[in-house]
Design a protein around this ligand. Structure first.
Ligand SMILES: Cc1cc2nc3c(=O)[nH]c(=O)nc-3n(C[C@H](O)[C@H](O)[C@H](O)COP(=O)(O)O)c2cc1C
Length: 247
């Protein structure tokens, strides 16, 4: 049985395995301004007061079951539209749509542009679909349109809002975390797993990832996944049956 001994040294942790020695990198305490390690980009479509669509890139998003959690600046037009209408569409761009997503960067559908955004160089754009060069198509269960070019699209309704940093008066009210429930999932055939009716093929699905404000794609699978031994059908929850009731 090999014996592992760890000892802290100036710049590294030295791991001594009986018979051989190896050096692991040490940790250094730092204070990054942002902690955006890498999440998929979502183009959220919502409806403005006058019925025109808004479209905004965001990436503070994750999914659990048929629910998604979305972190949005409270003054963004998207957050205001979601609070007012209770609806949005989550359009997931593939990595080849990065130029279209980038054309939406530093734009807002909010007029006037909030002061903090003016400082950062944002400008008002009324027609975000036109600005991005993307095509709106009617959704089936909600009013905001889908983005035709996105290989994965989810029609959703807002089920809850959660304040972020509510404990700190200086930050309170700045960010809203939306809990949305998916009512319909649409995919391009190219990302549907061959021979299945309801699975997405992660080898075919190339999400666009935002990491520290930069845009990336995914490389190929790096290791066989033990988690993937669980059949996807075991994850199916009651929200799927509920979504079927909506026409
Ligand atoms: C790649 C990318 C990711 C972004 N992620 C977020 C995010 O997670 N949350 C957020 O509030 N804003 C995010 N933004 C900034 C919004 O797009 C920005 O606030 C925009 O003005 C929102 O548009 P709207 O005001 O028309 O809703 C992101 C922007 C880009 C380009």
């Amino acid at each position: 049985m090999p014996c592992l001994i760890a000892a802290s040294v100036d710049s590294a942790v030295e791991m001594t395995l009986v018979g051989m020695s190896t050096t692991l990198p040490a940790h250094t305490s730092i204070e990054p301004g942002i902690l955006y390690f890498g999440t998929p980009v979502v183009l959220i479509s919502t409806l403005n007061e006058d019925g025109t669509p808004n479209l905004a890139p965001m990436s503070s998003a994750f999914w659990l079951g048929w629910r998604a959690m979305l972190g949005l600046g409270a003054r963004s037009k998207t957050a205001q539209n979601m609070l007012r209408t209770g609806q949005c569409v989550l359009n997931l761009p593939s990595d080849d749509l990065a130029p279209a997503v980038d054309r939406l960067a530093l734009t807002t559908g909010a007029d006037p542009v909030p002061p903090r955004k003016v400082e950062r160089g944002y400008r008002f754009v009324g027609d975000k679909f036109g600005r991005a060069g993307l095509t709106p198509v009617a959704s089936e269960t909600v009013d905001p349109p889908r983005v035709a070019e996105c290989p994965v699209v989810m029609e959703t309704v807002v089920e809850g809002t959660h304040p972020l940093a509510d404990d700190d008066p200086a930050q309170r009210g700045g960010i809203v975390v939306f809990e949305v429930r998916v009512q319909r999932v649409h995919v391009h055939e190219q990302v549907r797993m061959a021979g299945t009716s309801d699975r997405i093929d992660p080898d075919a699905w190339r999400p666009l990832i935002m990491s520290f404000q930069k845009l990336y794609g995914l490389g190929p699978q790096v290791h066989p996944s033990t988690l993937a031994q669980i059949p996807e059908r075991l994850y199916r929850g009651p929200d799927i049956e509920r979504a079927r009731q909506v026409s």
